[in-house]
Ligand binder design. Structure first.
Ligand code: AKG
Ligand code: FE2
Length: 590
């Protein structure tokens, strides 16, 4: 076992937490939500670059720490919510998990700060426990027995990898297959990080999971509409916040708890993003906002946002436990008030979370699982079904990046590779970045055919100005692109080597078979020859015998006239002879 720090940067961890928040769904185990790498590809391929980069960084660190080459067998972003835990186990504890050789858990947030509990422990050996801090990785044999204590508050995020040494179980091949699979019929790039091609905004899904919704012009937003994002310009009315009544009560309690003197002491960052929410103290009685009645929510008076991003950040700050003294208070208040409302009032994804809280409530806060009623089970199942349906829908909308990657990786690989290398990402950069890149660029240009150089930008085309964040994103994209190119090269080389190996072993086998067949044919020919010689010989003997018989017959016909008894059988001859003697005797006596 090994613990390595600083494998992922804080920024990487923050982005992965966001990816997990956007994409993870219920179903892996009680009170745990997770997203596999295939969920990422299906729902938001743009996040794939972050996930793949992190996965490779962790793989390299673990390979180095354990001093052996490793292949990733499974990649998962996991969110451990209050009530979740894993008892003592090892990670190859099923017949179908025997390929797992090593495990690595990368922590994405901080224990005792972002969440309470959830301590990782080994049954034997050192270290006996591992505390989560962003960027820390614990790697261990898949046979090592370990556990995770109950998470009691907040949300614990991990990037969990399992490694195999068996190429047949390497996840890369499946990822590539998914990326290069038949192109989706839906055209079009997603307009932003958060948007699926059908307009579904993953941030809104996330808000709905927590019991909130955004309202624009009297309608609950389910998908992003472009004009909403232009709120800053003042052209559209501001977004309002809707909340389910029970969640709102909890939230008010949180607010009371966090504005008390015992809370937010030293070391706690002021909730600046949450400012629009501080004015919100009452929920207006607007009744159900949704025409289909699926969301019984009320407008929160006094909470306005200029855009979805602002609302999400504000709510995230409010919902996340940000300082140690408040954590437990928040959770207790939360649970105590939530269950004044019947659980069935909540939309499906929220239900599972509430359900887990309720189960803990009934058990006096202990995380053990009490028996579950049929009604609760139905709710949980419908939550999973809803999540599955969402996943399925997302799958059908596998969007642009996967298309681009698919192109890169398809049969015309070299051609697309040249094109991709020639993509003039610099056209989108601020000039300072351009200067930094120019030396790198020289190496790249050699790769592109003169004919395939992208057209020179129009002189009078408006300059594209990007924010620092976007340029950073572009730089990361480029790095990931280089990394992916390298991987493509490696995988292509591996594939070619395998093909070469197969071809030469096939040739060898064909050679052997040819020799065997030739030997068989030779043998058969020889024995045929021998047989036919034998036949000829027999024929010749038969002919000779026939001749002889003929001659004998002729001779006997001649002799028959004189002594007909010579052609008779021995008995007949004897009889004949007796007769002859008798005749002779008689002749003599006579
Ligand atoms: O999240 C962790 O620290 C460990 C998780 C684990 O043991 C598992 O998923 O098998
Ligand atoms: Fe485990």
């Amino acid at each position: 076992m090994a613990v390595v720090d600083g494998v992922l940067s804080h920024d990487q961890c923050r982005r992965l937490v966001w990816a997990a928040r956007c994409l993870s769904v219920v179903g892996y185990r009680a009170c745990v939500c997770s997203a596999t790498i295939f969920d990422v590809i299906a729902a938001c391929p743009e996040l794939l670059l972050d996930v793949v980069a992190a996965r490779e960084a962790v793989r390299e660190a673990v390979e180095k720490a354990l001093d052996r080459p490793l292949l990733v067998e499974f990649t998962g972003l996991v969110s451990w919510r209050p009530g979740s835990e894993i008892k003592w186990h090892h990670d190859a504890n099923r017949p179908y998990l025997q390929q797992r050789a090593f495990s690595a858990v990368s922590y994405l947030n901080t224990s005792g700060h972002d969440f309470q509990g959830g301590t990782f422990r080994f049954q034997t050996g050192q270290p006996s426990r591992v505390h989560a801090v962003p960027g820390r990785v614990v790697a261990y044999s898949a046979q090592a027995v370990h556990c995770v204590g109950p998470v009691t508050a907040g949300e614990r995020f991990t990037l969990t990898l399992w490694f195999t040494e068996d190429p047949a179980h390497c996840e890369d091949a499946k990822v590539l297959a998914r990326l290069t699979g038949s192109p989706q019929s839906q055209p079009g790039l997603p307009a932003s990080m958060w948007r699926l091609p059908d307009g579904t905004d993953l941030r809104l899904c996330r808000l709905a999971m927590a019991g909130f919704a955004l309202v624009w012009q009297g309608r609950v937003l389910h998908s992003t509409e472009d004009c909403v994002e232009q709120g800053d310009s003042g052209l559209v009315p501001k977004l309002e916040l809707a909340v389910q009544p029970a969640v709102f009560r909890v939230w008010l309690c949180w607010q009371r708890a966090t504005t008390g003197s015992s809370c937010c002491g030293s070391g706690c960052t002021p909730d600046t993003a949450a400012a629009p929410l501080t004015a919100a103290t009452t929920a207006g009685a607007h009744g159900p906002l949704d025409p289909d009645g699926s969301l019984a929510a009320e407008i929160v008076e006094g909470a306005h946002f200029d855009g979805i991003q602002q609302a999400v950040l504000a709510l995230q700050q409010v919902m996340q436990d940000r300082c140690r003294p408040c954590c437990s208070t928040r959770e207790r208040v939360c649970e105590a008030h939530l269950f004044e409302a019947p659980i069935s009032q909540f939309p499906a994804p929220t239900c599972t979370w509430l359900l887990s809280c309720e189960l803990r409530m009934r058990n006096n806060g202990a995380p053990a699982q009490p028996s579950i009623t049929a009604d609760e089970l139905r709710i949980a199942v419908s939550a999973s079904e809803a999540a599955l349906a969402k996943k399925r829908a997302a799958l059908q909308h596998t969007c642009a990046l996967s298309g681009i990657l698919a192109m890169l990786l398809s049969e015309s690989l070299p051609q697309h590779k040249r094109k991709a290398s020639a993509l003039d990402l610099n056209a989108f950069e601020p000039s300072s970045c351009k200067e930094r890149r120019s030396s790198d660029q020289e190496g790249q240009e050699g790769l592109a055919d003169a004919a395939e150089q992208p057209a020179e930008p129009q002189e009078d085309a408006p300059a594209l100005v990007l924010t620092d964040r976007s340029s950073m994103h572009l730089m990361q994209l480029r790095e990931s692109q280089d990394e992916l190119m390298k991987q493509i090269d490696d995988i292509t080389a591996m594939g070619l080597a395998v093909l070469d190996g197969m071809r030469s072993s096939l040739l060898q086998r064909m050679q052997t078979v040819k020799q065997e067949v030739t030997a068989l044919v030779d043998n058969a020919q020889e024995s045929l020859c021998a047989d036919s010689t034998h036949t000829l010989h027999l024929q010749r003997r038969a002919a000779v015998a026939g001749d002889l018989i003929g001659k004998l017959n002729v001779k006997s016909r001649d002799e028959q006239q004189v002594r007909p008894s010579t052609l008779f059988s021995a008995d007949e001859q004897e009889e004949g002879q007796e007769g002859q003697e008798g005749q002779d005797g008689q002749e003599g006596q006579e």
